[in-house]
Write a protein of this length. Structure first.
Length: 165
């Protein structure tokens, strides 16, 4: 029997071309929404994927339009539920320890992708692929919603709502 956790629920393969980023963002955003993330969270997850793909295109492939990128997405059927995204490429390898966000005091345009990804996602791991390129694994869990007090329950003073003593 095949281990279903090893097979992604959704897999995209794309060239290292910025014009294709909107399709990847749309797919990730739609998938995230189906899993139960709210609209803001879906936008944040899509932004993380967009930043990661931009980094691969710009830094990994040096803007070459013929590089291949593989995007795999899993519905994490865990408690709490979430999404796992793995992005792989065959671009230039870099030591994962050197992938750091720039200092936020260094005010200038660009260069915040790594920072944004780490702020949004719950887990972020960069790895070297054995056959060349890099692997980025990101996990985001659905935050628990606050439990709402059900209608008709007593207030903290012991009086029921709407009654005055």
């Amino acid at each position: 029997m095949v281990d279903r956790s090893a097979i992604p629920d959704l897999k995209l393969e794309l060239f290292s071309q910025p014009r294709l980023l909107s399709a990847a963002r749309a797919a990730v955003g739609s998938f995230s929404q189906r899993l139960g993330f709210n609209e803001v969270q879906c936008g944040q997850i899509s932004l993380s994927i967009d930043e990661a793909l931009c980094n691969i295109i710009i830094h990994g492939y040096d803007r070459r339009p013929d590089g291949r990128i593989w995007l795999s997405i899993w519905d994490m059927k865990t408690d709490p539920p979430g999404i796992r995204v793995v992005i792989e490429d065959r671009a230039r390898q870099v030591d994962p320890a050197t992938i750091q966000p720039r200092d936020l005091d260094d005010i200038r345009p660009g260069g915040l992708g790594v920072y944004i990804i780490r702020e949004i996602m719950d887990e972020v791991t960069h790895e070297l692929r054995a056959d060349g390129g890099m692997r980025l694994t990101m996990v985001k869990q659905i935050p628990p919603t606050p439990k709402r007090q059900s209608a008709g329950t007593s207030s903290s003073s012991g009086e029921s709502e709407g009654q005055h003593g």
